[in-house]
Design a binder for this molecule. Structure first.
Ligand code: AMP
Length: 990
């Protein structure tokens, strides 16, 4: 190419027509320009020395915008030393600056006859000063930054022409300490055009992260990071002090801490905005404002709570998210069964619980008489000695026994259902009433027998009227006999009043005596046996006041001791009898079904019981240890061994059972926690929930007995039978789990620890949900990891909102169900393989999800993704999951379309790999998107030359190169197969 080498137009024209479009650049936000030669449209006024060296030239870009450039091209002459110096550039706050040069430089070979004189580099230098030195210029003061050479002088066009190429070079200078500096360009004989010079420094630009704002920050020149404290945006407060680091590259790194929107505010576009009317937010946090719950409203923006509608209330302790509620309607169907002076009252739950589950019942007893004058009823509260079993108020069950009533008396019982808001609306309270008349009853036992006077042949006694005479006492029967004669002969006397004198007795003899009262209803119960002795015959024993006192004292003491022992034995018996009856009674109530009313959420948290052992007996049957035979140990639970064995109940067939034992040396709390599982399990009755047979709590060891599941836990079962089931079999198992979970969510029970390890499988492949408990569940689970908010959570199985702020719901159970689905379809693979819990939380939060297991039907993978929706309300309900699986079972053909061949969302961390396989260059490149797979290094040393080789790669081969984790192995093998089928047309680039 011929050209005039000294023509500025030549150079300018070349780069204008070829490169300028590329110069229209928007600079990155984190770069602050100190000088940009392109921005100047007039003369730059830089100093050129000597004057025939660098020349300033004007040109225009493709938009006809004038720009200023410099060129020099004295390539034919020896000893060139041409300087170009910029104006003084104030440093501002920069410590380190960057100089970006855009220039063209001609290759000496392309210029004829210049050998020996032509150079292909120029020098970049700088000088720091505190002030502008005007035109004063001294070469030797300048420090060299670098020698600048062109990457490539020419480039070839499509038409075969050689054109000059625009070079871009960037150099760093620093640390700078003075107020400003000059740059200088020294040419020693090259043909160079300086198209633009830009000097800039980097800063971390103003940003808002985690609701904290961080100001513009200039990084340090050294390698260290600048720690910057953030300030919470308006209407938010610090949860943990927000901080970030500004790197030397002007990038914000490692955001720590965060701010939370105040109550009544929610996060929108990195700001905290007021909740709209009809919405509220009662706590701090970056959750959205919630819609007012039913029967409440908020007319103003920024509400912390919603106000209840008229006649609706919120109890103290009700969360703001709860609907406003009302007192319940009256109990229904009250039935009374009278037994002499006792009555058993039973009733049904009210039709309307007022929207609450904390229903208890209270029974008020009134004694009513009709007033003969006007025929009206006059009622007064019952006597305080009327007894209610178990109690009169706070009843959880729909029955109470009232004893110690008067015989032949009218009583009215008012039974009220109460809930947490009953006390707030006394005017709305309703009760059901029943009136009864007690029967005729014999009097209760005579008590308080005492000796008034003793002689050699007689004794005077007195006693108290029976506590409950139940009618008019006609007389008392006094039966006595000599102690020695053991009741072989006795005497009976009658007395009208409460005292008697027995005569004709032997001196110095011990007698035993019992008294009972008689009414029209017959004899009452006999008093306890009373002993007395007559006075001795001797002179010594002649009745004197003092000796009588001593005798009375001794005999009273003996009587008291005897009485106490007798009472003790009697009370003991009564208690034992009532205790042993207890469980069956409770069982009966339970079986009768007040806990099974349709439409009512019926799970009762055993911790709401004051006495947790009451909950166990409410929901679990007490088994006699002698009915249980233990065969062998099959597993280990947190509290002791799990054994298999047999249970034979009287007149029932022997069945196989699993027996969980509580090992010795347990604390009270451990016993309670152990039995809490039975209290929960005992409330469920569903073919896909493990069935409780009963508990042993009255002998040791304490045991929980459940149905036996021959194939143990699902995760190990699947691993043992890798790839051995048909799609339909797997879907059948999944359907069972979903059905069990539907039942639990209908009952209002949130499992919190749904995972394949907590599903048990029986010999017919029926899967049942197990491992119930409250906090214990997670304490027990080896997958439980402590979170920053305390408490243990099985991270890999748990929905993000449950990890972040313990929002456990049936929707978080649905997330876990998605993970179980993935576990099942990958035959017991560990979710997220060996990733750390922290990485799992981060990846999930950033929107990444597990990839489809090998050969996973597309519909099932779609179901998993639905279960893993970040917004919990968008996740399917268990009812929907059951129906989706039912459809699949009815139409098994749909299982043939596998997820590996359908298009999937692009936000899948592990999924992208299979989508991108065909276009990838090397195995290492291909592994890159699978950032979490730990085998990338192992692979990068292996090269493959053809599709055949790749397709033949087996898991064995992968083991050889160190990929030992099953997940990545399967993933890689399946992806290699996909690669094979997708790239049959040519060799894979290595
Ligand atoms: P768990 O304490 O409930 O996690 O039980 C520990 C282990 O005991 C489980 O992983 C099972 O292998 C075994 N196991 C528990 N319950 C049963 C059961 N009902 N039938 C068979 N094996 C069981």
């Amino acid at each position: 190419m011929d050209c005039d080498l000294r023509s500025p137009l030549f150079l300018i024209h070349l780069f204008m027509s070829t490169f300028l479009p590329a110069l229209c650049v928007i600079y990155p936000l984190n770069e602050v320009n100190l000088l940009d030669s392109k921005a100047s449209q007039g003369e730059l006024g830089w100093i050129s020395y000597p004057s025939h060296g660098w020349e300033e030239i004007s040109g225009v870009d493709e938009h006809y915008t004038p720009i200023r450039t410099f060129q020099v091209c004295n390539v034919m002459e020896y000893s060139q030393n041409n300087w170009l110096r910029t104006n003084w550039i104030p440093r501002q706050s920069a410590q380190k600056i960057y100089v970006e040069l855009k220039f063209t430089l001609r290759d000496c070979n392309s210029i004829p006859l210049v050998l020996g004189t032509c150079k292909e580099t120029f020098n970049l230098l700088y000088l720091e000063t505190d002030d502008d030195q005007g035109s004063h210029f001294r070469e030797h003061q300048y420090l060299k930054i670098d020698t600048i050479a062109a990457d490539e002088s020419f480039t070839q066009t499509d038409l075969g022409d050689r054109i000059l190429k625009l070079n871009i070079e960037v150099r760093e200078v620093g640390p700078l300490t003075k107020k400003g500096f000059y740059l200088a360009f020294q040419d020693v004989g090259a043909c160079v055009a300086l198209v633009s010079v830009r000097v800039y420094f980097k800063k971390c630009p103003y940003t808002v992260r985690n609701l904290a704002s961080f100001p513009d920050t200039v990084p340090m020149d050294s390698q260290s990071l600048v720690e910057v404290k953030g300030s919470c945006v308006n209407h938010s407060k610090e949860e943990e002090p927000p901080r970030m680091y500004c790197s030397t590259e002007g990038e914000w790194l490692v955001p720590i801490g965060k701010c939370l929107c105040n109550q009544g505010y929610e996060e929108r576009s990195s700001t905290c905005q007021t909740c709209r009317a009809g919405f509220y937010k009662s706590g701090f946090g970056n959750t959205e404002c919630s819609k007012c719950p039913p029967h409440s409203f908020s007319h103003h923006e920024g509400s912390l709570h919603c106000v209840c509608e008229k006649n609706y209330f919120r109890a103290e302790g009700d969360p703001a998210s709860m609907s406003c509620t009302r007192p319940p309607s009256a109990p229904r169907n009250v039935i009374s069964s009278i037994n002499e002076t006792s009555v058993i009252l039973e009733w049904s739950w009210p039709d309307n619980t007022g929207g609450r589950r904390d229903i208890t019942f209270a029974v008020l007893c009134k004694r009513c008489r009709s007033v003969p004058a006007d025929g009206s009823q006059r009622c007064e509260p019952c006597r305080s000695n009327v007894r209610f079993v178990p109690r009169a108020t706070g009843l959880y069950n729909t029955t109470v026994t009232v004893t110690d009533l008067l015989a032949h008396t009218n009583y009215t019982f008012e039974i009220e259902a109460q809930n947490g808001v009953s006390s707030l609306a006394p005017q709305m309270r309703q009760y059901a009433a029943v009136t009864i008349t007690t029967n005729q009853a014999a009097p209760s036992a005579v008590s308080g027998i005492r000796k008034e006077k003793t002689t050699r042949n007689s004794v005077s006694l007195a006693w108290q009227e029976p506590e409950r005479p139940n009618g008019i006492i006609l007389d008392y029967e006094i039966k006595y006999y000599e102690k020695e004669e053991q009741e072989t002969s006795y005497t009976i006397l009658r007395a009208r009043g409460c005292n008697v004198t027995l005569g004709g007795l032997k001196p110095n003899t011990a007698y035993l005596l019992q008294i009972r009262a008689r009414t029209a209803a017959g004899y009452g119960a006999s008093s306890t046996t009373f002993q007395f002795e007559t006075s001795p015959d001797s002179a010594f024993s002649i009745s004197s006041e003092s000796s009588q006192v001593v005798l009375i004292a001794i005999s009273s003491a003996v009587a008291i001791i005897l009485l106490t022992v007798l009472l003790y034995v009697l009370i003991g018996r009564v208690c034992c009898r009532s205790k042993s009856k207890h469980p069956d009674e409770k069982r009966l109530h339970f079986g009768n079904g007040h806990l099974r009313l349709p439409g009512i959420r019926t799970y009762i948290d055993p911790h709401t019981y004051e006495d947790p052992s009451q909950a166990v007996h409410e929901f679990a049957k007490e088994l006699d240890a002698s009915c249980i035979a233990i065969d062998k140990v099959v597993g280990a639970g947190e509290f002791g061994e799990v054994c298999s064995g047999r249970l034979r109940l009287p007149s029932k067939k022997e069945i196989c059972v699993a027996i969980k034992t509580l090992k010795g040396g347990y604390t009270d709390k451990q016993r309670r926690d152990f039995l809490a599982e039975a209290s929960i399990m005992g409330q469920f009755d569903h073919p896909n929930i493990i069935r409780l047979e009963g508990v042993v709590t009255r002998s040791k060891p304490v045991m929980i007995v459940t149905e036996y599941m021959e194939n143990g836990s699902l995760d190990s079962f699947l691993r043992k039978h890798d790839a051995q089931f048909t799609g339909i079999q797997l879907v059948g198992m999944l359907r069972g789990i979903a059905s069990g979970m539907k039942y639990l969510s209908d009952m209002g029970y949130v499992h919190r620890d749904l995972a394949a390890r907590n599903i048990l499988v029986n010999s017919n492949l029926v899967c049942k949900v197990s491992d119930f408990g409250l906090s214990r569940v997670l304490e027990d689970d080896p997958e439980g990891a402590y979170t920053t908010r305390g408490g243990k959570i099985p991270i890999r199985w748990t929905a993000p909102e449950a990890i972040a702020y313990r929002k456990f719901t049936s929707a978080s159970d649905a997330w876990s169900y998605g993970i179980v689905l993935w576990e099942v379809m990958s035959y017991g693979e560990r979710p997220y393989w060996e990733m750390s819990n922290q990485d799992v939380i981060k990846a999930v939060d950033e929107g990444y999800r597990l990839p489809p297991p090998m050969d996973c039907p597309a519909t099932l993978y779609q179901l998993m993704l639905d279960c893993w929706q970040k917004e919990r309300n968008n996740r399917p309900k268990f009812e929907q999951i059951v129906s989706i699986l039912d459809k699949l079972i009815r139409n098994p053909g749909s299982l043939k379309i596998t997820a590996n061949t359908t298009s999937r969302p692009a936000n899948l961390l592990l999924d992208r790999s299979s989508l991108e396989v065909p276009s990838m260059g090397t195995m290492g490149d291909w592994m890159d998107p699978m950032r979490t797979l730990p085998c990338k290094e192992a692979f990068s040393g292996v090269s493959y030359s053809s599709c055949d080789t790749i397709a033949k790669t087996s898991t064995e081969d992968l083991k050889k190169v160190g990929v030992t984790i099953v997940g990545p192995q399967k993933k890689i093998v399946s992806s290699l197969k996909a690669l094979d089928s997708n790239t049959k047309n040519g060799p894979v680039p290595v």
